[in-house]
Design a protein around this ligand. Structure first.
Ligand code: ADP
Ligand code: ADP
Length: 229
């Protein structure tokens, strides 16, 4: 049933004589449609986990399985295809193209996809159809993050990866963005992984994975995720 499986993932960065163990045998699994938060302090290995899940980096050893595919065996060419077709990315600072409108940002992302969704429909789904012709500079932080989420979803990915998606937002705006991510997993069956240092986000997730010093400290199924108001 597990959709994603990480098994004994190690990541060692070599800097001359020095070896930095960023991930020290990380194992966990994710079900399809699950909303997962990976939480831990700075330096815990969160970005490294996200980069490996997203095919931006390869583990030194261990297995990553997504669906029926063994991603950890992929060549760099296969990883490029995996990033392009299978993964949607959402970043802390939105990373929108400034001289394109909200709708054009989404259209651009769908151009290289196999089976994209209709950009305008996705913009509508995130509550921004009236903002389609606005440029990023004309949108609030929360709206820009919604556009970024729409852009990621429009690729019709298998997995949505979010790096501190509320990190640049105030509390209430952050909550509404989290609600959008929660709805995306609940209503659309999207598998969503958020990495954050912010423990306050954890109660909203279906599964909470705490990592520290490159190890899984705990993995907790949350039977009653708090609905974000
Ligand atoms: P987090 O995202 O939780 O802050 P990271 O995954 O960025 O943690 O980093 C985990 C550890 O790996 C840290 O000690 C960090 O310094 C180290 N690290 C991350 N990326 C690199 C890299 N490219 N080269 C060397 N060390 C790295
Ligand atoms: P952090 O929050 O760890 O300081 P970022 O949020 O800037 O770092 O990025 C997290 C990771 O996502 C980076 O290590 C990088 O590999 C990847 N990344 C950032 N921006 C992009 C992008 N525009 N396209 C693809 N990958 C990106």
């Amino acid at each position: 049933k597990n959709f994603i499986k990480l098994k004994d993932i190690k990541k060692i960065y070599k800097m001359g004589e020095i070896e930095i163990k960023a991930l020290d045998s990380i194992s966990f699994s994710i079900d399809k449609g699950e909303f997962v938060v990976v939480v831990g302090p700075s330096g815990a290995g969160k970005s490294t986990v996200l980069n490996i899940l997203g095919g931006m980096d390869s583990p030194t050893s261990g297995e990553l399985i997504v669906g029926d595919n063994e991603i950890s065996e992929y060549s760099s060419r296969e990883l490029t295809t995996y990033r392009r077709y299978d993964i949607g990315f959402v970043f802390q600072f939105y990373n929108l193209v400034q001289n394109l409108t909200a709708l054009e940002n989404i259209e651009l992302a769908t151009e290289i996809c196999k089976d994209p969704l209709e950009p305008y429909k996705v913009l509508e789904q995130v509550g921004l159809k009236d903002r389609k012709d606005n440029f990023p500079s004309q949108l609030s932080g929360g709206e820009q993050q919604r556009v970024a989420i729409a852009r990621a979803l429009a690729k019709n990915p298998k997995l949505l990866l979010c790096d501190e998606p509320t990190g640049a937002l105030d509390y209430n705006t952050g909550k509404s963005v989290l609600k959008l991510l929660q709805d995306t997993s609940r209503d659309n069956g999207m598998t969503v992984v958020v990495v954050t240092h912010n423990l306050a986000i954890a109660p909203m997730a279906d599964k909470i994975i705490k990592i520290k010093n490159g190890k899984v400290e705990s993995e907790e199924i949350n039977k009653n995720p708090i609905p974000v108001e």
